[in-house]
Design a protein around this ligand. Structure first.
Ligand SMILES: CC(C)(COP(=O)(O)OP(=O)(O)OC[C@H]1O[C@@H](n2cnc3c(N)ncnc32)[C@H](O)[C@@H]1OP(=O)(O)O)[C@@H](O)C(=O)NCCC(=O)NCCS
Length: 236
């Protein structure tokens, strides 16, 4: 029990983000209560918590499937580029940046759907500028659109020189995440509500990126991708 309490305390920071959206919607109970062993069910700050394989899950009773505003999914991370993160030119390795983007993307998608999420695809990464040793790197991630069981996270990367204080945007990427329940099954995503013009533009474009990603993965026929074809004005 003591071990469990420690685990809860350790996991509480990340989990606290989840509790912020405590709107109750009984209809969102898409996982059977019977699948949860009773000795793995605990109460934390008035919320029911389930523990499976050392991972915390919020009971479905406390989930909401109503819309979530794009701005409420914002996740930010800041790093400093250290020697171990760089290539032989002392610039940040692309793979290191992909890792940081994957982590902040998963935090953002998890904040959105209150689930454990896995990366399904990376649709677009552009490394527009090198990031130098000693730069402060800030990653900002927001969900741009949700589909049935997946959501796209739009990630922007900024580099800042500690010597000049100049901060510029240098990279962006779009990652797709899928939510899993405690049995490892894919589950429905909440709806995303875009508000600003930029959020709406990213919301619209996300559908085309999704279609392209599904075509490349062999999960969709090009003929079915109406919105993507319209972009290229392909008549058929
Ligand atoms: C991602 C994963 C859960 C999908 O499993 P699946 O059995 O194909 O699940 P589903 O058919 O229910 O699809 C789930 C969602 O994933 C989406 N998806 C799957 N592959 C995709 C791709 N390449 N691009 C975009 N979306 C994709 C599907 O379109 C669906 O979303 P939607 O309902 O919103 O359209 C499964 O492939 C997996 O576990 N992959 C490994 C994930 C992982 O370990 N990531 C870390 C990389 S090391």
């Amino acid at each position: 029990m003591h071990d469990f309490v420690l685990r809860l305390q350790n996991g509480f920071c990340g989990f606290g983000l989840v509790l912020g959206f405590g709107v109750v919607n009984e209809e969102a109970n898409d996982v059977e209560e019977s699948s949860k062993p009773s000795d793995n069910k605990y109460n934390m700050q008035g919320f029911e918590v389930l523990v499976f394989h050392k991972t915390l899950f919020l009971s479905n009773k406390y989930r909401t499937m109503t819309g979530i505003k794009a701005k409420d999914t914002l996740a930010i991370a800041t790093y400093i580029v250290l020697p171990n993160d760089t290539n032989t030119l002392t610039n940040l390795m692309g793979g290191q940046l992909l890792n940081w983007m994957d982590i902040i993307g998963a935090v953002c998608a998890g904040r959105f759907c209150k689930r454990v999420v896995v990366t399904a695809s990376v649709s677009n990464v552009s490394f527009q500028q090198p990031i130098q040793l000693g730069n402060v790197v800030t990653l900002e991630a927001k969900v741009s659109r949700s589909f049935t069981k997946s959501c796209e996270v739009f990630i922007e990367v900024y580099k800042e020189s500690q010597l000049t204080g100049i901060k510029i945007k240098c990279n962006e990427a779009m990652y797709t995440f899928v939510a899993l329940n405690e049995k490892g099954e894919t589950v429905a995503m909440p709806e995303l509500i875009p508000e600003s013009e930029l959020e709406q533009a990213r919301f619209d474009a996300a559908l085309r990126r999704k279609q392209l990603s599904l075509i490349l993965a062999g999960r969709m026929q090009p003929d079915e991708a109406k919105e993507l074809k319209a972009l290229f004005d392909i008549k058929k």
